[in-house]
Write a protein that binds this ligand. Structure first.
Ligand SMILES: Nc1ncnc2c1ncn2[C@@H]1O[C@H](COP(=O)(O)OP(=O)(O)O)[C@@H](O)[C@H]1O
Ligand SMILES: [Mg+2]
Length: 222
């Protein structure tokens, strides 16, 4: 088993005007390649903050984080950006589609950011993703002409299009009906099975959480 995440957060502090909020106190997480992890916990406990830290979107915390065998403190900004683009797939709550672009162009955005480094990407990957989540009929539509479920699937497709090694999802099924929820979860697990992709899912849905190898309960710091 190859350990790809070794994270120890001493503390994450959000400073407010007069007070400060300290979360994720002494939180440890170790994840092996190919594991499926669910993160649950009440609203405000720090689930999204944790995903931001795991996903290299937030470096402002005390602690140590080794990702893919490298201490993240030692990584250059350009390396961090490249990892975020190519090794990590994000399906985050606040992920928004760009309304002036078609669904297809939205999904392909990470490829444009990757520029000349997209060597590993093949057109058939795009086709596979498109077929698996059945969004072919809406590819030429703009986001404003799509339903909530269609948009959620497009955000998801964009998150996995680069075939990342880790997929970080924040409540990926929250706004979806049963059919769409199943589609998203099935696709996450298919990525896991076919490519050994590590899955980290924040969810309120205990049925969804139970399908993972491990469920981590975040609790409020005392
Ligand atoms: N940018 C921020 N500035 C200040 N406080 C924040 C910020 N982001 C989150 N918080 C606070 O940190 C706590 C954890 O937030 P969050 O990680 O979003 O929790 P969860 O995803 O579990 O609901 C909450 O109390 C929230 O209000
Ligand atoms: Mg959240």
């Amino acid at each position: 088993m190859k350990k790809i995440i070794d994270l120890h957060i001493k503390e994450k502090v959000y400073k407010k005007k007069k007070t400060q909020l300290s979360i994720l106190n002494n939180f440890r997480l170790e994840v092996n390649a190919g594991e499926k992890i669910a993160i649950v916990g009440e609203s405000g406990v720090g689930k999204s903050s944790l995903l931001n830290i795991i996903g290299l979107l937030d470096k402002d915390y005390s602690g140590e984080y080794t990702l893919f065998g490298s201490l993240t403190d030692n990584l250059q900004a350009s390396e961090l950006a490249q990892w975020r683009n190519q090794k990590l797939g994000f399906v985050l709550q606040e992920s928004a589609l760009i309304n002036s672009l078609t669904i297809e162009d939205n999904i392909k955005l990470p490829l444009h950011y990757a520029g000349s480094r997209k060597k590993e990407f093949k057109l058939e990957d795009f086709e596979n993703v498109i077929n698996a989540i059945e969004i072919k009929p809406i590819l030429k539509k703009k986001p404003l002409d799509c339903s909530g479920g269609e948009k959620a699937r497009a955000v998801f497709a964009r998150g996995i299009i680069m075939k990342p090694q880790i997929i970080l999802s924040d409540e990926p099924t929250a706004s979806l009906d049963v059919d769409n929820r199943e589609r998203i979860v099935n696709l996450l697990f298919k990525m896991n099975k076919e490519f050994n992709t590590t899955i980290i899912t924040v969810t309120h849905d205990l049925e969804v959480a139970k399908l993972h190898d491990r469920v981590i309960h975040l609790e409020r710091s005392k």
